[in-house]
Design a protein around this ligand. Structure first.
Ligand code: BES
Ligand code: MN
Ligand code: ZN
Length: 499
């Protein structure tokens, strides 16, 4: 069976293009100075470029003159290719701009450089000054590809030059590999990706222990979900031949400073159920577990980044299938904790599985903060497009922290309102709540979805990230490649590292 090889790698997978060595190998950072930095035949050399910086290699003209000649400004993402003497022949060197040298500039510069290595065997990159982790992250992410077939071309091997930045490079690599794992899981077709498969991958990539940390897991199968009264997850999963799972991953560092619960929507395929989606909308729905993939990938990277806070990840995994066993519009279900919900639209399934997980976390896990990540509503991409994630939060400080982490990590968030005026939209005449607005008096589908979730969060500080717009990219561009983006991994790792 053609399976993407990196999905099956133990513990930490690498995007094919991440060109890492064997699992866990140290980043190939070499020192500059010992050997001359010169481009070989099948490889390419890249050097940071700014008018007032002494270049690492001998250039045909002073940097400022080269900049002027190529009409370049040294902006992040700008690259000029210059000929240099190489033994008896002529070699080529990529001079890359670093802009203002901030993390976001270097991330962009890294991505631009790495993209120019396409088709090459190796790309040696002299590291810039400044936040090198962001640069490394950008370079590695830009070379990510996902294929379910044998690849004919080997991905470019990235080699970073500048050993004083080895720690930063390693950090960038950990983050990039976590994003690659989330992308791999999300890009995997649903014929492979059942809820049970997702649970196996989650355990494989997270459970373990090391110096001062431990990750343990529990998986609820359909029997355990029934006895635990997880009525939302069961109702969504009941129409599928691949039954649902609830996955709990517990990261416990020694001397933890607090407890964060992350909840991910893990719909392994969303047909809409009996409220069937049209083909053009349905074809992207293998990515409807992107939030769950983010939670798994984040849990897998916490130990390597030395995160000090206790983190519990919950992934509510189910396939929203179309079948004779599926739930019907107008069915009434009982969520975890006893609240009843009239299911007026079976395509509003994400909130049903998330409600169980949130209510469970509130009742059983006593977190300081809960954050859920979900491809929840198509409406959010109409509001914010494909470049901004949405954050809804019951707590202003939490919203501010997440937005700041988003800015630092290059995954921008925009705050959306949880307005009480719209709460009546979710009234039902037969149950405690309805899962969609029955009429059209209020509209604002993303807000009413968030308000539905809020009902299950108790009085706890909680944030909801709607990533339906940003979870999938239509093109290879910057740090993104066509398909899953892994959006949320970088921002949550940044947020948890700061806590
Ligand atoms: N998984 C979808 C949301 C989605 C849409 C994600 C487009 C990614 C891209 C979600 O389950 C859904 O179907 N939401 C409905 C809600 C509606 C029935 C109230 C939607 O957005 O149409
Ligand atoms: Mn749906
Ligand atoms: Zn969905």
């Amino acid at each position: 069976m053609p399976i993407s090889p990196h999905v099956l790698l133990p513990r930490v997978p690498y995007g094919q293009g991440l060109s890492a060595g064997p699992s866990g190998a140290a980043a190939p950072v070499t020192s500059q100075g010992a050997e001359p930095v010169a481009p070989g035949a099948a490889e390419l050399l890249a050097v940071p470029f700014s008018p007032d910086r002494e270049p690492e290699i001998e250039l045909p003209l002073p940097p400022a003159a080269l900049l002027a000649h190529y009409e370049a400004k040294g902006e992040a993402g700008e690259i000029v290719e210059v000929p240099v003497a190489n033994g008896d022949g002529v070699g080529r060197v990529l001079l890359y701009g670093v802009g203002d040298g901030t993390a976001s500039a270097l991330r962009k510069a890294g991505a631009a450089v790495a993209r120019r290595g396409k088709g090459k065997e190796a790309l040696r990159i002299v590291l810039p000054e400044g936040p090198v982790a962001a640069f490394t992250e950008g370079a590695l992410l830009a070379t990510y590809t996902f294929r379910m077939s044998e690849t004919t071309s080997e991905p470019v091997r990235l080699e970073f030059v500048g050993e004083e930045a080895a720690d930063e490079v390693a950090r960038g690599r950990v983050v990039a590999e976590a994003v690659a794992l989330a992308r791999d899981l999300t890009n995997t077709p649903s014929s492979v990706k059942s809820p049970a498969w997702l649970a196996e991958r989650a355990l494989e990539h997270t459970v373990g222990e090391g110096d001062g940390w431990k990750i343990s897991a529990r998986v609820w199968d359909e029997e355990a979900l029934k006895s635990g009264r997880f009525g939302g997850i069961l109702a969504v999963g009941q129409g599928s031949v691949t039954p649902p799972r609830l996955i709990r991953l517990s990261y416990e560092p020694e001397g933890a400073t607090g407890h964060v619960v992350l909840v991910g929507k893990g719909i392994t395929y969303d047909t809409g159920g009996l409220s069937l989606k049209p083909t053009d909308n349905m074809k992207f729905m293998k990515t409807d577990m992107a939030g769950g993939a983010v939670v798994i990938a984040v849990l897998g990277a916490l130990a390597s980044l030395g995160v000090r806070v206790r983190v519990t990840g919950l992934v509510a995994a189910a396939e929203n299938a179309f079948s004779g066993a599926a739930q019907r519009p107008s069915d009434v279900i009982t969520q975890y904790g006893g609240r009843t919900v009239e299911v007026l639209n079976t395509d509003a399934e994400g909130r049903l599985v998330l409600a169980d997980a949130l209510a469970y976390a509130d009742a059983e896990l006593d977190p300081d903060v809960m954050v859920d990540v979900a491809t929840l509503t198509g409406a959010i991409s109409i509001a914010l497009g494909k470049g901004l994630g949405a954050v809804f939060a019951s707590d202003d400080a939490l919203a501010a922290e997440l937005i700041e982490a988003g800015e630092g990590s290059g995954e921008q968030l925009w705050r959306m309102p949880l307005i009480d005026d719209y709460v009546p939209a979710l009234e039902s005449s037969v149950a405690d709540l309805s899962n969609i607005e029955a009429g059209s008096a209020y509209g604002a589908g993303s807000i009413t979805a968030a308000l539905f979730l809020r009902e299950f969060t108790g009085k706890r500080p909680w944030a909801h990230l709607d990533i339906a717009g940003v979870g999938r990219s239509g093109a290879d561009e910057g740090v993104l490649s066509k398909g899953a983006t892994g959006y949320g991994v970088r921002l949550l790792l940044e947020w948890l590292s700061r806590r």
